[in-house]
Write a protein that binds this ligand. Structure first.
Ligand code: 13P
Length: 316
C-alpha cells in the first residue's frame, strides 16, 4: 500500500525513524521489499533524479508497481529524492509519487522559501507531501557538490511557517557519500544533537529528515578492499545515533551509500572467488539476499522493525 510520508511521520514521531532507501533497479527493489517484510517495517522508497535517468523512469515505476502486487503486506511511500522544481512537478503530476523533496537549499533563504512554497501548493492540491531542505550538507549528491553549513534553528522555524513544507531536511553534521567525517583539529565529528534539540524545541511535533545517514561499516570497506577495491579509510553515522535522533523528532533517515557498498562487496567477492562464472543472476541472487539483510538490520537500529501491524491499524 502506498501512503504519504506525512502519514508515516504522524505515527512514527518521537518513537522511531522510518528508513528511506534509494533504489535504481530490480535487484535493489526486490531486496528492499524482502528486507522490510522480513523485519515488518514501514519504509520509504527514494528515487533520485539520477535513478530516473539511469534507464527510463517508467521502468523503475513499473518495478515498484509490480512489487506492490508481489508484496501486498508492504506499507511504503514513494518519494522523489533531491528534486528540482521541474522534477517535483513531473512526479506530482504523474499521480504515482506520494512525496517529493524540493531541494533549493543552494538558493538564498528567500528564494528557497518561494520555490518550496510553489511546490507545496501544487503538491498539496494532489495529496502529495513535500520535504524541503535548509542548510547545506557536505559531499556529493547528484550534480550538487555541497560544503557543510549547519541549519540555523531560528531560520528553520521561519522557513517552515512561510513555506508550508511537511518535513524538513536539516544539516546536522552529516554529508552524502562514503567519505563523511574527517578528523580535523578543533572540528566536531558526528551529529550535532544540539541543533536537532533546538529545532525540536522551536517546532515541537514537526518531522525532521536526516540525509547522509549511511554508516559506511569498516567491515564492508575492508571486504571490498580485500577483493580488489581501493576505498580510502572512512566512517559514517553510528547506527546507535539513529534512535536518540528519532526521539528528538528525526522521522526519516536516508540511506543510499551503504546499499551501494553491499552491491560492490557482493560482486567483487563473487567474481574473485568464482572467476569462471558469467551468469549475472548468480551474484544477483546473493546481492538481493544481502541487501534484504542490510535493510532488516537498519530497521532494527531505526526502531521501525516490528511496527507494520501498528501502522496498518493506525492508518485504519
Ligand atoms: P548516504 O550517502 O549517507 O547514504 O545518504 C543518502 C542520502 O541522504 C540520499 O538523499
Amino acid at each position: 500500500m502506498i501512503v504519504t510520508t506525512d502519514q508515516l511521520f504522524k505515527i512514527a514521531y518521537g518513537r522511531y525513524a522510518v528508513g528511506a532507501y534509494n533504489i535504481n533497479n530490480l535487484e535493489q527493489a526486490t531486496g528492499l521489499f524482502r528486507g522490510n517484510i522480513e523485519s515488518q517495517a514501514p519504509f520509504i522508497i527514494q528515487i533520485s533524479r539520477g535513478a530516473r535517468k539511469y534507464t527510463d523512469k517508467r521502468f523503475l515505476e513499473a518495478i515498484i508497481r509490480a512489487a506492490e502486487d508481489v508484496f501486498p503486506e508492504a506499507i511504503f511511500a514513494v518519494h522523489l529524492d533531491h528534486g528540482t522544481e521541474e522534477a517535483c512537478y513531473d512526479c506530482i503530476d504523474s499521480g504515482f509519487y506520494s512525496s517529493v523533496m524540493i531541494d533549493a537549499s543552494h538558493e538564498s533563504f528567500e528564494d528557497n522559501i518561494a520555490i518550496t512554497k510553489r511546490v507545496v501548493e501544487r503538491a498539496h492540491a494532489r495529496g502529495v507531501s513535500v520535504e524541503a531542505e535548509l542548510g547545506m550538507l557536505g559531499g556529493v549528491e547528484e550534480d550538487i557538490v555541497g560544503s557543510v553549513c549547519l541549519t540555523k534553528p531560528e531560520e528553520a522555524e521561519e522557513f517552515v511557517a512561510q513555506s508550508g513544507c511537511d518535513s524538513l531536511a536539516v544539516a546536522i553534521g552529516t554529508s552524502h557519500g562514503a567519505y563523511k567525517f574527517t578528523a580535523e583539529p578543533g572540528k566536531k565529528m558526528g551529529l550535532h544533537f544540539d541543533v536537532i534539540e533546538d529545532i525540536q524545541k522551536r517546532l515541537p511535533g514537526y518531522p525532521m529528515v536526516m540525509h547522509g545517514s549511511s554508516s559506511v561499516p569498516k567491515d564492508e570497506v575492508d571486504r571490498i578492499n580485500a577483493a580488489g577495491g581501493k576505498m580510502k579509510d572512512t566512517s559514517g553515522v553510528p547506527e546507535e545515533d539513529f534512535l536518540p535522533a528519532a526521539r528528538m523528532g528525526v522521522c526519516k533517515v536516508n540511506i543510499d551509500t551503504d546499499g551501494r557498498l553491499v552491491w560492490t562487496r557482493v560482486h567483487r567477492e563473487f567474481f574473485r572467488d568464482q572467476p569462471e562464472k558469467f551468469d549475472l543472476r548468480d551474484p544477483g541472487k546473493v546481492y538481493m539476499a544481502e541487501y534484504a539483510k542490510m535493510i532488516a538490520h537498519k530497521n532494527e537500529k531505526l526502531g521501525s522493525a516490528g511496527q507494520l501491524d501498528d501502522v496498518r491499524a493506525k492508518l485504519g
